[in-house]
Design a protein around this ligand. Sequence first.
Ligand code: SF4
Ligand code: SF4
Length: 367
Amino acid sequence: MNEVFFTDMHAKYGNSIENKLKKLLRKANLKSFIGKKELVALKVHVGERGNTGFLSHNFARVIVEEVKNAGGNPYITDTNTLYSGGRHNGVDHVVTAVQHGYSYASVGAPFIPADGIRGLDYIPVKIEGKHFKEAKLAAGIVKADKIIFLTHFKAHIEAGIGGTIKNLSMGCASIAGKQEQHSTSKPEIKEKNCTGCRQCYWACPEGAITMVDKKAVINYELCIGCGQCVAACNYEAMQAKWDSENRVYLEKVCEYAVAAARYLKDKALYLNFAINITPDCDCWPASDVPIVEDVGIFGSYSPLSLERATLEMVSKSRANERSSFKDKIMNGPNVFQEIREHIPSDRLLEYSRELGLEDEYRLIFVK
Ligand code: SF4
Ligand code: SF4
């Protein structure tokens, strides 16, 4: 049975959250996991410009210290984004990382974009999936001696669940890899609902939306399927094709995640930080009120066991009274499907399991 270590968010004098994170890492035997002088990637998400919900650099700082104590040589990393924004190329990405606290001075390790200056540096990794035979994974991740995933567990505008599966798939893919996962998820417009408010126009990172007779129109030649316009629309006029296409998108995400997890077997430690559980992902240039109360930090060497344990506990957490979604939260098995019924996000766990990842777990509490 795979072990999932868990510590809650209660803290007191002499036992801070940072201290509890260190205890969790020791329980996971970080010292024997890291070899002397190994290059150890800390896979983070530094947050899009304007986002305030992303994970604090202080967690990365603590882990950097522990990796150094174990004899490793840590670096902070993430992949460049498909859409234009503050992390689309290596230069902008480093600037955004520094603005969001991920500087050498704050964290004690350099930030190195995993897929290079233009998101082109990848290594093909085999996967026997329905949709892919290889995954284009960032070289800076594949070539690490060891990797620790620091995942902010929250909702996601396209995948429903923004957790470790998402971090392993889209988060480890080069720009070409992201493109092929997104290729079937382009939205469509329900014209009668469109008020012409232009929110989608402003949100589109690719300039793919124009306004014609006060209605939004998508240029599918430019659209990359990022879903930013869907999240921006308050009138249910901009809609992702959530039927077969969305299912295919979720399956593609799983195939990439499983390719990465298999390749990184025995090299990866996964952490989910179920705190500040926002309704949109950290790629979104704004952060709304969290949907449920903070839960805690989870860690495991088994990514799907970790994801399942985190989802189950987060789904039991009380709705945040100030959340825009508080009336939708019924404490069912998947809170993310409750707030976004149109995304069958259970499929992420189900298909990852079908592809061979184990999801059984034994929860071990760390105080
Ligand atoms: S955000 Fe929605 S309602 Fe506003 S212009 Fe775009 S599609 Fe129309
Ligand atoms: S999905 Fe929407 S926001 Fe993203 S590129 Fe296409 S039209 Fe633009």
